[in-house]
Every structure is written in structure tokens, then in C-alpha cells.
Write a protein that binds this ligand. Structure first.
Ligand code: 5GP
Ligand code: MN
Length: 340
């Protein structure tokens, strides 16, 4: 990490710290934020966690989640905390445009900022940066950060369970972006008392029937395979959102099902939201959907998992996506599962 000794010195006395993460927080956003929260409070810091928008209810069991400030709900409370802060942590995002109005507010503050993140091409808006695009998750990097602070011994069961949550969700249960280093970290979290069976249950086996029905609908009625290009697409309309009473987080992971198909090398999940059309992209091997998302949908992310948005209608967005695929044909067809 750049300027680590300066940050260490700053954290050696109690500070007022705000931990922030991205819009539509996922398991890694909330897991990394709360892991860092539970580490920092052990050192006498005053710590607030603030997100631009609310998190899915499936994470409500996480200790301290009920105290997270949501900018969409109480902007004044978030801005008051930011005004008071000596240090702002930016976790699981690497550009202020990922946190909308909160980002505009943070951009105007002179407060010191520290980024911990694993997305490609970080913006240069912070004083301290721990950015590693090979990491599975920001939770893995929070582990590295605590190690850099010479405080590995302070990782307890609570911190570990927050970290495990982000690791298991960002890797799709240890399917993507894993490494020997990650498995060693997870092993050490289990040694610290993390109950992986309990967490797998809380995260993966607590669905409502409508979630499975939505999945069935997506796979049976809304899936299109474009065989010539090895592309799979699932789309959802506003009507689907009403019919299945789709709430925050309910569509998480659906796009990954497409990757289970031998003949899908690139997967897209395109959904009609109240004001935008959201696009989630996944790929196999050396195909970069980050590039696609950045160039065509004002987005970004990782090589194999990225997202963006479109301000056109749902049919126009689907058309735009289909039109740009031929230019990536060679790269997409080049993927070989035996040699990824
Ligand atoms: P998902 O498809 O699960 O929403 O996101 C996949 C990855 O792409 C995540 O790491 C997420 O942070 C990133 N991502 C999703 N949407 C956007 C976006 O609109 N802009 C940027 N820069 N990244 C995004
Ligand atoms: Mn992440």
C-alpha cells in the first residue's frame, strides 16, 4: 500500500472514520465494510459505515448492519458524518462516480481517503491505495490490510464472518477468482472460529419461493442463446419486476447460471429499472467484459464480471448489445474450457 507508514501513524490515535462502499451493496461491499468496522473499533476509533443505497435483507444478520447509514434514506446523517471525519475508507469501488451523490459530496471534502479495492483501473482520488485486481474480493484485501497493520491476531470470529461473507459471494462459492493465497486465508478464518456451514446457510439457503420462481422464469422464458457467437442473454422487464415482486438483491447471481452452459462464453443480464436499463456481464477466460462495459455502457468492473447502464429503452439496449458482439467474435470463440 502507498504511504502505509503515514496511514499507520494516523490510525495510531483515535480518529473519526467513515467507511463507504458502492451503490447496490453486495456481500463483498457489506462484508468488507463491516469487517473493517469491527477491526477499527477495537482501536478506539469512532466509526460510521455509509452506503449510497440500502443493502439486501439477506445480510441483516451481520453484526452492526442495522447501524449502517444509507444516503438515499438519510442524506443529512451521512453528510454530517462525512463532515466530521478525519479519514474516509472507500471499499469495493474505485471511482467516485460509483457512489453518485455521496461521491460528489466526498469529492469536495479535503478529508484524507484510503481505498481498498480489487476492480480494474482505479481513479486517483485517494491518499492511500490498496488496489489488487488479482484479489478475489475486497474482503480478501481487508485481510491483507489488517496484516499490513501487523494486526492479524486481532481478526476475531465476527471480523472473520464478515470477511467470509464477501469472499463466498464474490467468488460464487469459490468458483471464480480463487487462489492458493485465498484458500489459506479462508483456512485461517475457520481457525478463528468462523462457522462456514452456518454462513453458507444464511447466505444461500434462506431464499423465498418467489426467488426460485423468478430463477425458473428467467431460465425458461427469458433466456436466449446466440449460438453463432457463444453469447447467452437473460432480460427482465418492469412487468417481470412487478409480477415477481423483485426486491433489492433478488436478481443477484442469476447471470452466473448462463456460464454453466458449455456453449456460452459471454453472458449478459439486462434489466429494466425505474430510470435506467442495467446490464450485468460475465465472461470466461481471456474475454474482457470490463472493456465492453466501459466502452459501451459507461461501466466497468473486472475482466470476467462487469456492469454498466444504458439510458435507452430495454429493446434498444438489447439491440445495441447484439450489435456490438460481432466485433468481439474472434476473442469470444477463442475460449477453450480445457485451457482457460
Ligand atoms: P454485477 O453484474 O454483479 O452488478 O457487477 C459485476 C461487477 O461489475 C462488480 O464488481 C461491480 O462492481 C461492477 N459493476 C457493476 N455495475 C457497474 C457500473 O455501472 N459501473 C462500474 N464501474 N462497475 C460496475
Ligand atoms: Mn467485490
Amino acid at each position: 500500500m502507498e504511504n502505509l507508514s503515514v496511514l499507520k501513524k494516523l490510525l495510531s490515535t483515535p480518529q473519526y472514520i467513515v467507511i463507504t462502499s458502492h451503490r447496490n451493496p453486495d456481500g463483498d461491499a457489506i462484508g468488507s465494510s463491516l469487517a473493517l468496522y469491527h477491526y477499527l473499533i477495537q482501536h478506539g476509533h469512532t466509526v460510521r459505515v455509509a452506503f449510497p443505497s440500502d443493502y439486501p435483507g439477506i445480510f441483516a444478520w451481520m453484526p452492526h448492519s442495522e447501524k449502517i447509514l444509507i444516503h438515499d434514506i438519510e442524506p443529512e446523517a451521512v453528510e454530517e458524518a462525512l463532515d466530521k471525519s478525519d479519514l474516509i475508507f472507500c471499499l469495493d469501488y474505485n471511482g467516485l462516480d460509483r457512489i453518485d451523490k455521496m461521491g460528489e459530496y466526498i469529492g469536495k471534502l479535503n478529508t484524507k481517503k484510503a481505498m481498498i479495492d480489487h476492480h480494474l483501473f482505479p481513479d486517483d482520488f485517494v491518499d492511500f491505495m490498496l488496489s489488487d485486481t488479482t484479489a478475489s474480493s475486497t474482503c480478501e484485501l481487508v485481510y491483507d490490510f489488517i496484516k499490513l497493520m501487523d494486526a492479524e491476531d486481532e481478526i476475531n470470529q465476527t471480523i472473520g464472518e464478515c470477511m467470509y461473507t464477501g469472499i463466498v459471494t464474490d467468488t460464487g462459492s469459490f468458483k471464480y477468482a480463487t487462489s492458493a493465497k485465498l484458500f489459506k486465508i479462508v483456512g485461517s478464518l475457520l481457525e478463528k472460529g468462523v462457522d462456514d456451514k452456518k454462513l453458507q446457510n444464511l447466505i444461500h439457503n434462506c431464499l423465498e419461493i418467489k426467488n426460485l420462481q423468478l430463477l425458473g422464469h428467467c431460465l425458461h422464458n427469458r433466456l436466449e442463446i446466440w449460438d453463432e457467437y457463444k453469447v447467452g442473454i437473460i432480460t427482465l422487464t418492469k412487468k417481470d419486476y412487478e409480477k415477481f415482486d423483485i426486491q433489492r438483491g433478488d436478481t443477484e447471481g442469476i447471470v452466473n447460471y448462463l456460464l454453466m452452459l458449455k456453449d456460452v462464453h459471454v453472458a449478459a443480464f439486462i434489466t429494466e429499472q425505474p430510470t435506467i436499463v442495467k446490464i450485468s456481464l460475465r465472461s470466461k477466460g481471456d474475454i474482457s467484459v470490463q472493456e465492453m462495459a466501459k466502452q459501451h455502457f459507461r461501466g466497468g468492473g473486472h475482466k470476467n464480471a462487469a456492469g454498466g447502464a444504458s439510458y435507452a429503452s430495454l429493446p434498444a439496449t438489447i439491440k445495441k448489445f447484439k450489435k456490438l458482439i460481432p466485433q468481439y467474435k474472434e476473442k469470444i470463440l477463442d475460449y477453450n474450457p480445457a485451457n482457460p
